[in-house]
Ligand binder design. Sequence first.
Ligand code: SF4
Length: 334
Amino acid sequence: MTTTPLQQIILAGPRGFCAGVDRAIDIVELALQVCPHPIYVRREIVHNRHVVEALRAKGAHFVDELDEVPDNATVIFSAHGVSPAVRAEALRRGLSVIDATCPLVTKVHLEAIRYAREGYSIILVGHADHDEVVGTMGEAPDRMFLIAHPEDVDRLDVTDPDKVAYLTQTTLSVDDTRDCVEALRRRFPKIVGPAKDDICYATQNRQAAVKTVAGEVDVLLVIGAANSSNANRLVEVSTVMGTPSYLINDKNDIRAEWLEGAGRVGVTAGASTPEFLVTEVVNELRRMCPAAVREVHVVEEDVRFGLPRELEDIARRAGKAIPTRSGLPTFKEE
Ligand code: SF4
């Protein structure tokens, strides 16, 4: 076994929080300041327990379903979006809804609604049981079909093969999705879909950064939750390139045997991962073996999403400043 000591830690950029996650966290924090308590949040606001626990400590009540929310209370929908059935239930119960659905997820919902109205069978490329997919499928459950792999295309049974549209989950692998779309085009030559696909800018940029970094390192650590789709895709992208990659929640998950023989280790973070976890991981690596830190940025991001108008109005009336996050994280040595 090689015993090369760790010499360099390469940080992938962009990494970590995207504009949709920034916005969702801002929404909960602002609602906690300006709306009557208790404030409920349906499901994890974003898929990261550190984020959820921090908001819980500030007073947010996380629930799985609306039946855990008292009538007339305030509830926040997560960044992953909800189906129309959930919205209807909230309306029926008189709940005050604050919608933290990422605008890029809402865009996919609107595409589903439009294609359904125009009579298309809609193929959604995505992962079953992910909150985003459950919400999107709910827009047209009687005419939507879910596929995850190119092999699934042959099993599709649509009413009219000349009237088919496709959509994609926002956090998929760019390469795997291209294979699915090519298989769909072969089976349904007249298929229509979004101009490119619905994979969001943040997912694409983080995967592009991993492709660059994975080529330079012996091991890649991806900081993110097991139920984070985009974090899992980062592990896959690296693994496909032949660079061993491990998904970790935080510094406590690092295993010394992963680093044996690794002169260079890459570190990145999924779109729901706060930057302080990156700092902790890098410091833990350097505690295990002093190493230089280098950042590789493949693209700068300047995407920002506004907060819901109703929440901003409530905040202004309460004299509270509207939060704006700082954007792309930069590693700060401790
Ligand atoms: S990963 Fe993409 S779709 Fe999901 S919240 Fe972030 S920007 Fe929005």
